[in-house]
Every structure is written in C-alpha cells, then in structure tokens.
Design a protein around this ligand. Structure first.
Ligand SMILES: CC(=O)SCCNC(=O)CCNC(=O)[C@H](O)C(C)(C)COP(=O)(O)OP(=O)(O)OC[C@H]1O[C@@H](n2cnc3c(N)ncnc32)[C@H](O)[C@@H]1OP(=O)(O)O
Ligand SMILES: O=C(O)CCC(=O)C(=O)O
Length: 380
C-alpha cells in the first residue's frame, strides 16, 4: 500500500449499521449522523433500503434534500421495483445486491448461477438506463466460487457497473486469504473497481478491509463503532486510523471528529461505546502503569500510537495499583497539589493499598485524603 493509493470510504452506518438487531435510528438521528460524516469528508453514505416502505423512503428523501457533498447510495435487491423505489427517493446511486455463493443461491434465494447472471443483467441494465451510478453487491462473495465471481464481475463490467462490492458477509476470511482473493479479482477484471465489505464475526473486519486494499480494492465499507449485523462491520474509526498510521494512507477524513461521531452513533443506537474501544474509547489514552506513565510524561510517543487530539480524545494519567513515582507526582499536579518525588514515593504504598481496596483508580477525593493523612501523620 503506497502513499499514492487512493482509497474511498463508503460508510454504511445508516444501512448495515441500522440492521444491527434491535437498532433503530429516527430520521432526525439519521440526518445528524449523515451531516457529521459528510462534514468529516466521508466519501459515500449508504443511507437505507427504499424497498422497506414509505417511512424509510421519507427518511432517505430527507437525506437527499440535505444536499451533502458525500454521494448517497441505497441498498437494493436485484429487482426492478427496488430500484424504482430508490429512484422515487431522488437517489443517484444504487447498490444492486445478489447472493453469489452457491450455498445462498441454492438454499436462500432458491435460484441458479444462470439466474443470478441474467438477473444482474436485467437489474443493472435498468439502473444504467436510468442514469444511476451502480455498485454491484456480491453478497457472500467470500464463500463464492472464484471463477463464477470473475464471470459475474465481467458481466457487471460489460453492462456498465461502476464497481463491485466484495462481501465477506459472514466474516470468515483471514487477511491473507482476503488479500489473495481480491488480488485475483482485480487482476482478472482490472477495469472494475472493488469495494470490500467486511464483517467482524472473528474480530477481523478492519484487518480484512486493509487486506482488501492491499489486494487492490479502492473502496472500503465501514460503520461507525463497527455497528452492524451480528458482531458488526469494519469500524470507520479503526479503518481510517489504521490506514493512516499502519499503512501510510490518508483517506482525507477529518479524524478529529471521530470521537464525536462515535458518541453520536453510540447514543442513537443505544449501544454505549466501551471505554476500551480501539481508537475512540474514552480511556484508550489513560496511562496508569508506572513505566508507561513515566514514558508518556517524558514523550507521549513512547506509548501512544498517535496523539489523542487526532481523534478528539484527551490523555489521562491515572493513579492506581500499578502507579510509579512520576505518575503519582503528575496525578497530584493535575489536582493542583504539587508534591516532590520523595513525597510520591512515600505515598505509593497508600495509593496501591487504596486501589486494591476500592478495586479501581483513585479519584481526586482519594488523592486529597491520602495527602492529608500523610501530612497529619508527619505533624504528629
Ligand atoms: C447481507 C445483507 O445485509 S443484505 C441486506 C438485508 N437487509 C434487510 O433484509 C433489511 C430490510 N429488509 C426488508 O425490509 C425486507 O426483507 C425486504 C423489503 C427487503 C423484503 O421483504 P419481503 O418481500 O417481505 O421478503 P423476506 O424478507 O421475507 O424475504 C426475502 C425475499 O427476497 C429474496 N431475495 C433475497 N435477496 C435477494 C436479492 N439479492 N435479489 C433478489 N431477491 C432476493 C429472497 O429469496 C426472498 O424471496 P422469496 O420470499 O421469494 O423466497
Ligand atoms: O450485497 C451488498 O451489497 C451488501 C450485503 C451485506 O451487507 C453483506 O453481505 O454483509
């Protein structure tokens, strides 16, 4: 993955994210999330499923009316009425989805590979006739026959598709396999851009998204906080920061807004963001252990992969069971009580004991109490 690689983010918080069992966004929440993602510079928003009915279509129309810079795209089965419903919302881009693995072709949609090919031509032909941008969604592509996928992509290319979405629908791939499989497709059909849509059933969604890019994909499907079916999708915040930090690929998104959008989606989905959530968790820049706190105080780069401000977070030095002298001095400094290293060393056993007793970090009151107790015992 070189610096020159252009990678686009297609966020599907408002479609696959909302498909999380039990999650419902109000139109107002959808608007707030869409505005936020747009302001950050997310390139495309998959914003709903018009075939679901009038209420869903109304919310999609409300999003269309915002006039965002991001491209809005809807999810559709490969059925003309689904695409007509999208057009009726004023949408200019559609994902036309087909199950492409034999297991789903036979045991879900009860059809054949030939039917899939023919239905793709029909639905894609219709959408292109209407002037739409079309992403062809290959549901369960990671379990599909490789040769069949190539044939399907060629059909898609020859019928005007703008890109192909390679879905690891069940999250079964490892990053090495993902890279190889996508590379095979990009080599066989180089004219058609690939998007990778990865699920987190094995905790590999973000890694697989990056592996897809290594294999030649140019689009990544994400959701804020990794919301999505079952264990969720590749998290926007993880993908964007991993691309930037680990791969040297800047997708041009304002990462300082990641915390805010994470909290917005956390509230709207009624799924609080865990404090330890990678990249945006409230406590992922908290340092307690003596050697870590010391290292961070000397130079944050010792223990921080990027500065917390880069994602809208802040650093915290925490006094607790594993604290060392320098961390304790800093904890007292933060609450306006300057102490010396010698004083901190004397307080350390009390800090450890208190942390053990309360089974957690010390708050301001605990620190003040220990400091007063020490002063009293010295005076006595
Ligand atoms: C992997 C994914 O996330 S794909 C996105 C899935 N998202 C959703 O399902 C959320 C929204 N879904 C819905 O509101 C509804 O399921 C609708 C409107 C899409 C369809 O509703 P219904 O017509 O009542 O069908 P139902 O949900 O029971 O079953 C799906 C039907 O679509 C068919 N189907 C499934 N995928 C496709 C496809 N890609 N192209 C064409 N037909 C399909 C199934 O074979 C089944 O048809 P059958 O009843 O003839 O066997
Ligand atoms: O078919 C698509 O475009 C997306 C389907 C999907 O969400 C998935 O396969 O996980």
């Amino acid at each position: 993955m070189g610096e020159q690689a252009k990678v686009f983010i297609g966020d599907t918080t408002l479609r696959d994210g909302e498909q999380t069992a039990g999650v419902v966004f109000s139109t107002r929440e959808k608007i707030a999330i869409a505005r936020h993602l747009d302001a950050m510079g997310v390139h495309e928003l998959e914003c709903g499923i018009p075939a679901m009915g009038e209420e869903e279509r109304d919310s999609i129309r409300a999003l269309v009316n915002l006039g965002l810079s991001a491209r809005l795209i809807t999810w559709n089965r490969a059925l003309i009425p689904d695409i007509e419903a999208s057009i009726a919302c004023g949408i200019g881009a559609v994902d036309i989805s087909l199950s492409v693995s034999d297991i789903m072709i036979r045991h879900k949609i009860n059809k054949s590979r030939d039917w899939v090919q023919e239905q793709l031509k029909r639905a894609l032909g219709f959408a292109k006739e209407k002037g739409l941008y079309v992403c062809v969604g290959g549901e369960d592509a990671s379990r599909a026959d490789g040769e069949f996928l190539i044939e399907l992509m060629r059909t898609a290319r020859d019928n005007g598709a703008d890109r192909f979405r390679y879905c690891d629908t069940l999250g079964i791939l490892d990053p090495f396999a993902m890279c190889e499989k996508v590379a095979r497709l990009t080599t066989a059909v180089p004219e058609l851009d690939i998007e990778v849509h990865t699920h987190n059933d094995l905790g590999l969604a973000a890694a697989n998204a990056l592996a897809g890019v290594r294999g030649g994909a140019r689009y990544i499907s994400t959701t804020v906080n990794g919301l999505g079916e079952r264990a969720g999708n590749a998290a926007l915040e993880e993908v964007v920061m991993a691309l930037k930090v680990a791969c040297g690929v800047d997708v041009g998104i304002d990462t300082r807004r990641l915390r805010a959008v994470s909290r917005l989606v956390g509230r709207a989905s009624n799924r609080e963001v865990p404090a330890w959530k990678a990249v945006v968790g409230e406590k992922v820049f908290s340092h307690e252990s003596g050697l870590h706190a010391d290292g961070v105080l000397k130079d944050p780069r010792n223990y921080e992969v990027f500065p917390p401000e880069e994602v809208g977070l802040a650093r915290h030095i925490v006094a607790g069971k594993h604290s060392g002298t320098n961390g304790i001095v800093e904890s007292y400094r933060q609450i306006g009580i300057p102490i010396t290293r010698a004083e901190a060393q004397e307080l350390m056993a009390l800090v450890r004991h208190t942390a053990q007793r309360i089974k957690g970090p010390l708050g301001e009151k605990d620190l003040v109490k220990l400091h007063q107790a020490r002063s009293v015992s010295l005076a006595a």
